[in-house]
Design a protein around this ligand. Structure first.
Ligand code: PLP
Length: 463
């Protein structure tokens, strides 16, 4: 399986090179040349597999060049750290299936991909005799999942910038209580946007980037998408145990279009997803695109589901590539237009209809989010986190009831206690990994929101 860029100027990459490159050198995103297509018989054969075996089988279709025994070890190691024997258990509650993706070390679905990516990086760096210094800015969830993905790994250091005092207390503690020697937490005196700007400026300095072997772990790495394709298949296998159905809906709370794009890949492989339900909060560029054909940037609003407070969905370009029938020149043109004008105004009527073959979409506001957490709690006694609630609310409005619906549950409610308290009047129960976290040893440096100072820190501490 070879990889190519959505913008057409990078091709013939191996899986390993695609993982190490992250963002394609022509500014595009990497995709497999062809998406393997599975027969109903192939899919039925996957239905009964345990999660690690299923992950191994799906990854094997895309990850040529890594010997099977090594791939199996990488997958097994990645999912051994999850605290549930099923890795991503499916619960049936109040007429809906909830796929719990939060049993990894940082209690959000990003662990599913970043545990694997950390192990892949370590494996490939060792094979190549290289090292990597990862740098990233976080507003909360990605930073801790990335830190847990690479902590203690050989030939890797990680530097994560978070805005001092502006991430939730749980999120801050999840990052700063990791005291492994290869982990560097930097609390910057500034905002998340400052952090992102600094990281962008550092990556823009190519001599510095090369001199310090800088790498990224953002959601554009193909291996992250690939790891997420697995749980769509897992969900289908578990739904089939519970009901006799021909197809199903999946409702996905969406920000960067990464998670839902993985569902799109699963669907292209032949998994019988009738529609993907794209659920956004008020930052709704994606649901406007599906419902109105309008893809234009607005201002970022702060909501109860902060991990979806995103306006430019970086993975969306991957969908555009298929939407334009794999015409990389058209993707390049569209992305250039978008960069200049902040909108994509290209959609012909027949193309609009094409979107709705794949997606239904809805914007879910704060009141609906709170009401959904409250209603679900009254009906089932189970507590949803505010991101999951956005997807559960959208499913109620959009799925016809004739096919089962799986809602992806992207975070444990204990990560977002304020929203839960507002909805049900009490704090969510703490999972064992958070018990006593505030008394653990911490490691974090405070630093000015100044690119030169962050660079000096990196130069002094990088491998
Ligand atoms: C990152 C995140 C999302 C959004 O996922 P995308 O892949 O960016 O669409 C949703 N919920 C939670 C809890 C997250 O951390």
């Amino acid at each position: 399986m070879k990889y190519l860029s959505t913008r057409g100027q990078v091709r013939d990459l191996s899986f390993k090179d695609a993982v190490m490159m992250g963002l394609a050198d022509d500014g595009g995103l990497l995709l497999p040349e062809t998406i393997p297509s599975l027969t109903p018989g192939d899919i039925a054969a996957l239905e009964h597999l345990a999660y690690p075996e299923l992950a191994f089988q799906i990854l094997s279709l895309f990850a040529g060049g890594i010997p099977s025994a090594d791939l199996k070890t990488l997958v097994d190691r990645s999912y051994a750290v999850f605290d549930h024997p099923e890795i991503t258990p499916l619960q049936h509650r109040d007429g809906v299936f909830i796929l719990e993706l939060f049993h990894g070390p940082t209690l959000a679905f990003k662990d599913v991909a970043l545990q694997l990516l950390g192990n892949l990086f370590e494996y490939l760096l060792k094979e190549r005799g290289e090292k990597m210094n990862i740098i990233g800015a976080t507003s909360g969830d990605t930073g801790s999942a990335a830190i847990y993905g690479v902590k203690g790994k050989e030939n890797i250091r990680i530097f994560i910038l978070h805005p001092q005092g502006r991430v939730s207390p749980v999120q801050e503690l999840q990052m700063t209580t990791v005291t492994d020697a290869n982990v560097f937490n930097l609390a910057i005196r500034g905002t998340f946007d400052d952090g992102q700007r600094i990281v962008k400026e550092i990556f823009g300095d190519l001599p510095f980037k090369t001199a310090h072997s800088l790498g990224a772990v953002n959601s554009i790495n193909w291996a992250r998408v690939l790891a997420q394709v697995v749980y769509y298949f897992y969900a289908w296998g578990r739904v089939r145990r519970a009901t006799d159905c021909k197809d199903f809906y999946v409702s996905v709370p969406t920000g960067n279009f990464g998670d839902i794009f993985a569902g799109y890949v699963a669907r292209r492989m032949g998994l019988p997803i009738r529609k993907l339900i794209l659920a956004t909060n008020e930052n709704n560029i994606l649901s406007r695109f599906v419902n109105e054909g309008d893809y234009s940037i607005g201002a970022v609003a702060q909501t109860l589901s902060p991990s979806m407070d995103i306006q430019v969905a970086s993975n969306f370009e991957r969908y555009l590539y298929y939407f334009f029938d794999e015409d990389a020149a058209r993707v390049r043109q569209a992305m250039n237009d978008f960069q200049q004008s902040g909108r994509l105004a290209f959609l012909r009527q027949e193309e609009r209809e094409k979107i709705n073959r794949d997606f239904l979409a809805m914007t879910v506001g704060q009141e609906q989010t709170i009401a959904t957490i409250r209603d679900f709690y009254r009906a089932t006694g189970a507590v949803l986190d505010p991101h999951t609630a956005v997807g559960v609310c959208a499913r109620r409005e959009l799925s016809g009831g004739e096919a089962p619906v799986v809602c992806l549950s992207t975070a444990h409610p204990a990560k977002f206690p304020a929203a839960v308290r507002q909805a049900i009047g009490r704090d969510p129960d703490l999972p064992p990994s958070l018990a006593g976290i505030e008394t653990r040893e911490r490691r974090c440096e405070t630093i000015d929101a100044d690119t030169a100072k962050v660079k000096a820190y990196l130069a002094a501490n990088a491998l």
